[in-house]
Design a protein around this ligand. Structure first.
Ligand SMILES: Nc1nc2c(c(=O)[nH]1)N[C@@H](CN(C=O)c1ccc(C(=O)N[C@@H](CCC(=O)O)C(=O)O)cc1)CN2
Ligand SMILES: NCC(=O)N[C@@H]1O[C@H](COP(=O)([O-])[O-])[C@@H](O)[C@H]1O
Length: 244
């Protein structure tokens, strides 16, 4: 008899409102993501993401940078607390701090980040304004592995979002955010299957799908299904049925 794999143990790092966290929680509750939230961590005690976690009955902890002498010291303590809940994957979902090299390298291939741009375009902060200032016609979001280089890690998935006439940064951000949630969920479903891995060393790592290097990020289509990007329609990558 086939035994369902154990749910993917997820720890989430967030600095703000936590809508991506909520999307994960809602998908788990609906039986649409075979995962378990094992902890939510923030650099800001007032982050609403922590309140969302508490309301969900999920372990919630703030670790304030001001309480530590340095960024590495803060990160070491933060990640000691994260390690204590034994996550399979650590999701940066609006975590607004650069993670220091030792904690990232020690967890290479286990930390992902959702970033509101089509990387490698528009790294860093204020990405929507960057896109508008650059006159971009298309913007979007990316899920990538976290490496020591800020927003420089191998990209797993992306979703493209049109820039509309008259957009300002806030309106564009709202349009992108609405697509971040299905992108992050589709990516986590894929990670839960074990088909996607980060291969290679920290300085030459690449995403592999079914053991083969991914030539380009998987694209989320209007049906919220991931497909390999190619001129001709590529076979969609459907998640295994969840145990509803
Ligand atoms: N080593 C890495 N750390 C982080 C990554 C990464 O790819 N590698 N991704 C970020 C998330 N992120 C964008 O997606 C991001 C987070 C923070 C910053 C930033 O400039 N932070 C400043 C503080 C800004 C503030 O407090 O308002 C800082 O850390 O000094 C840029 C991009 C998560 N971490
Ligand atoms: N550089 C990191 C970054 O800008 N991340 C962005 O922060 C927002 C968090 O929203 P949420 O708290 O509602 O999930 C999201 O738009 C995410 O892409």
């Amino acid at each position: 008899m086939r035994v369902a794999p154990a749910p993917l143990r997820l720890a989430v790092l967030a600095s703000g409102r936590g809508s991506n966290l909520q999307a994960i929680a809602d998908a788990i509750a609906a039986g649409d993501l075979a995962a378990e939230l094992v902890g939510v961590f923030s650099d800001k005690p007032g982050a609403f993401a922590l309140e969302r976690a508490r309301r969900l009955g999920v372990h919630a902890l703030a670790v304030r940078p001001r309480d530590f002498a340095s960024r590495p010291a803060h990160d070491e303590h933060l990640f000691s607390q994260i390690d204590a809940v034994c996550p399979d994957v650590i999701v940066c979902a609006g975590y607004m701090r650069l993670l220091s090299e030792p904690v990232v390298t020690a967890r290479q291939g286990r930390i992902i980040n959702i970033h509101p741009s089509l990387l490698p375009a528009f790294k860093g902060l204020h990405t929507h304004q960057q896109a508008l200032d650059a006159g971009a016609g298309v913007h979007g979001a990316s899920v990538h592995y976290v490496t020591p280089e800020l927003d420089g890690g191998p990209v797993v998935t992306q979703v493209r979002v049109p820039v509309e006439p008259g957009d300002d940064a806030e309106r564009l951000a709202q349009r992108v955010l609405a697509q971040e949630h299905p992108l992050l969920l589709a990516t986590l479903r894929l990670l839960a299957t074990g088909r996607v891995q980060l291969a290679g060393s920290a300085h030459g790592s690449r995403v592999e799908l079914d053991g083969q290097p991914l030539s380009a990020p998987l694209q989320l289509g209007p049906d919220n299904v991931l497909a390999e990007f190619s001129a001709s329609p590529a076979p969609a990558i459907h998640p295994p049925p969840t145990n509803r």
